[in-house]
Every structure is written in C-alpha cells, then in structure tokens.
Design a protein around this ligand. Structure first.
Ligand code: ARG
Length: 459
C-alpha cells in the first residue's frame, strides 16, 4: 500500500492506523482544551522578545478568534480529526493553517506535541475534577439532608451483616456523607498535583528561544509551571494515574453505598425503596423492578480499578523522556473519570428520592440488639465489664427487646442520634466554596485569555 502523507512524514497506512489508534475519536474530547492551550501559547509567542515579533497583536487576535471558532465547531459536532491528522494537535494546526496561512504554520514554534498533550490532559483533568467535585458535594448534600431528617429513625446496626447494636437511618446516611467528604480531600490532593503547567517544556528538554513559561501557566490558571522541563514530560501518565486513583476512592464509597441500598431494599429487609422509575423491569417476570443502577455502580468499581492499573502500569518502568506508550493511558484516563462522574451524578439524583419505611426498620429489632446495652447498664452500677458481659452471655434469652425509638435517642454525643451533622455540614459548606472559587478562577482566566465568556463562548 502506498504511504500516506502526514505532517510528520509519509507513513504506511497500516502503521498510521495502528499508531494513531483511537486518538481521532478520543481526542474529540480534547479539542476545547487543546484550543485553550494554544491560545495561551500564541499569546506568549506574541510577547516573546524577538525582532520582528512572531505574531503581531492583530495576528494573535485572529488566531485566538479562530481557536474559539474551532471550539464552537467541536461543540456542534462538526470538527473532524482525520487519520492523517493523527491527533487533535495536528488537526487544529491544519485548520488554523487553512484559515490563516502562515499564522497557522507558526503556531507550533517552541512547542512539541509532547508538552501540548500534557497540558491538554491537565486542563481536561482540571475541568473533569471540578465537575466531579461538584457532583460529589451534591450527593453529600442529599445524604446530609437524609441524615438530618431520619436522625431519630431507628435502624438495626450490623457487623458481619448480623444484628449488632441500635443505630439510626441518620447515622447510616451521614456515614456515607463523611466518607465522601474525606474522599474530597483525596480529590483536592489530586487537583493540586494536577495544577502545574507543563507547557514550554516542548519535547522534554526546553527550547533555545526565550519562552515565558510563567506567563502561559498564569494565563491558563495553573499554580505554577512544572520547574524541570524533563519532569514535565515524565509526569505525563503519572498525573493521570494520580487523578484516577483519587477518583477510584470515590468509586469505592459509591459501590459500598450501592451495596447497602441493594440489600436494604430487598423485600426481606424492606427498609428502603425507590420510585419505580429508578428501577428496570424484566423481559419475562412482570412483577420485577430491579436495582440495576446500583448493581452497575457496584460493578464499575472493578473497571475503575482497572483504569488506575492501566495508567499506573503504563508508566511503571518506562524510561525517562517521552515514550509513545503514554498515548495508551489516555483512554483509561477518560473512561475512569467518566464512570465515577456518571455514578456520582445518578446517585445524587436518587438519594433525595429514597423512601424510608419506618415499620420495616422497627420490625427488624429483636432482643439481641440490646444485649450489649444490658451489659453496659450493669457496668453503671459498678460491675466490671467482663463480668457483666459473661452474665448476659449466659442468660441471653432473658434480655428483653427494648423500644427502638427510645433506644436511638438515649445517648449523645457519639450515638446514633448524634451523627456529627453540624461538623459535616460545615465541611460540606467549606468544600463547596472552595470548589466554586476554583471554578470561578479557572473560568475567569480562560475567559480573559479567549476574549469571550467561558464556558459559554457566547459572543
Ligand atoms: N497522540 C500523541 C500522544 O498521545 C501525541 C504526542 C505524539 N508525540 C510524539 N512524539 N509522537 O502521546
């Protein structure tokens, strides 16, 4: 077969198809961030101390306007990446050259696709992480509301799934809220890791022209440039792996929450139920309304883990400097974040609609749930705990089933009717303002750079 002409040489069509892989499809999700990165790059080039200047003000403006036009075509689905383009980077360059001639041919000055894709993935990671954080906080909000509303609603607390001690629906719900607030801490750590700019590192060794890396970093709303240009290249893949593993912690929490919901909405428990439209039916059994959403979330935890392993496995043992292996981390990166976001968003929609059945919750109580309480009552009158424990164990059948409602309310703080809601609400509020601040900061920086409001891109 005849070799195909590309910007980077004539390539055998099968080699081209193999090396390009899924990039022409996957990179459609990177068009916006690629244009944003290029806007910062051209803004920097236009200020670079060179005579004559690489880009005049008018040329810089024209390039940025064209980049915005490309972003719009990406949104309406008409931007195409061809196999000969290989990836989004060369597709955007082709389009700029078609429209603007030499300005398009100059855009890749002092840049490599290596730093270009690295900055794209960090911008993509930032956008996705901020969206995920918003979705996590929405779910936390639902769980905390549920926690407050059902704080005094008795529920059998279980260990090994066996009845253990008195608990409440509020304690159950807010436990998952707290787990997610802790997961937010992990997401923030990943956010900070991600928030450094690789642009200007070029192929990994810098360029012998006076690029201003601090300027591009600032224009794009990053904390700072990555100090060492070789590390800027080496950090590709590692960064994706850090983000994915942070997301995976959220996925673990969601899968456990789903597992509880599946169990407690079985008719044999009957504690909870969802409106029928949140389940799916069976093609043969007319009565069915199955918790497929929750099962899919439980199942996705292993796929999310596979994404973390794919990304970290690709970088482990890789020699320093750019290697094409890194392209293989792109798909698990996008897939892993996407599935956590979808799962979080759908649970955020379902939790406020969860129906709680007080009669079933109360009917599940038996005397065994009160055995520890009886032993502790004896302690209050001076009996050593182990002595009290033994005597209750020997006469378990004498333990009476208490009133679940009274039992829930009987001790605070740290009991089933406490649940730490005040502190959790405070953490939720603080986290939400931090996310909003980061979103505003990023949107502000990009709007200023593009000269149009972002993300709206309205004129
Ligand atoms: N699609 C490529 C990737 O994801 C872009 C970088 C290509 N760089 C190169 N030196 N071949 O890695």
């Amino acid at each position: 077969m005849k070799a195909r002409k590309t910007v980077v040489g004539d390539i055998d069509p099968r080699v081209l198809a193999f090396t390009t892989g899924r990039d022409p499809v996957l990179d459609l999700a990177l068009v916006e961030v690629d244009c944003i990165g290029s806007a910062a790059h051209v803004a920097m080039l236009s200020r670079m101390p060179m005579h004559p200047r690489l880009f005049t003000d008018a040329q810089r403006k024209a390039v940025i306007a064209e980049l915005v036009a490309i972003m719009r075509t990406a949104r309406d689905g008409t931007f195409k990446i061809r196999v000969q383009d290989q990836d989004v980077h060369l597709a955007v360059e082709r389009r700029l050259t078609q429209k603007l001639g030499d300005s398009g041919r100059k855009i890749h000055t002092a840049r490599s696709r290596n730093d270009q894709v690295a900055v794209d993935l960090r911008l993509y990671g930032k956008v996705e992480l901020l969206a995920l954080m918003g979705e996590v906080l929405e779910l936390v909000n639902g769980l905390l509301r549920m926690g407050k509303r059902f704080l005094a609603e008795p529920m059998v607390g279980r260990t090994h799934l066996q009845p253990a001690m008195v608990s409440s629906v509020g304690l159950w719900a807010s436990a998952y809220a707290e787990a997610l607030l802790d997961d937010m801490g992990v997401l923030w750590a990943a956010y900070d890791f991600n928030n450094r700019c690789p642009l200007g590192s070029a192929a990994g060794y810098g360029v012998p022209v006076p690029v201003d890396r601090a300027l591009t970093s600032r224009l794009l709303g990053f904390d700072a440039p990555i100090a060492n240009v070789l590390y800027a290249s080496n950090a590709r893949g590692k960064c994706e792996s850090v983000l994915l593993s942070a997301c995976h912690h959220v996925m673990i929490t969601l899968s456990r929450l789903s597992s509880d919901l599946i169990l407690y909405s079985m008719p044999e428990f009957g504690y909870f139920s969802f409106p029928r439209e949140f389940g799916t039916g069976s093609s043969i059994m007319p009565q069915k309304n199955n918790p497929d959403v929750l099962e899919l979330i439980r199942g996705k935890v292993s796929r999310s883990q596979a994404c973390v392993m794919a990304a970290s496995g690709i970088v482990g043992g890789l020699p320093g400097g750019y290697n094409r292996d890194l392209q293989e981390a792109k798909e698990p990166f996008m897939e892993g974040i996407g599935m956590v976001r979808d799962s979080t968003a759908i649970l955020g929609m379902m939790i406020p609609r969860l129906e709680v059945h007080g009669d079933a919750l109360r009917a599940a109580f038996d005397s065994s749930v009160f055995a520890t309480d009886v032993a502790l009552e004896a302690v209050a009158s001076g009996v050593p705990f182990r002595t009290a424990y033994r005597s209750v164990k020997e006469r378990l059948k004498d333990v009476e089933c208490g009133d679940p409602d009274q039992a829930v309310a009987r001790f605070q703080p740290g009991g089933p009717a406490d649940a730490g809601l005040v502190e959790l609400k405070k953490r939720h509020t603080e986290s939400r303002s931090a996310v909003r601040k980061a979103v505003r900061g990023f949107h502000g920086a990009v709007s200023k750079l593009l000269g149009v409001p972002y993300p709206e891109l309205s004129v």
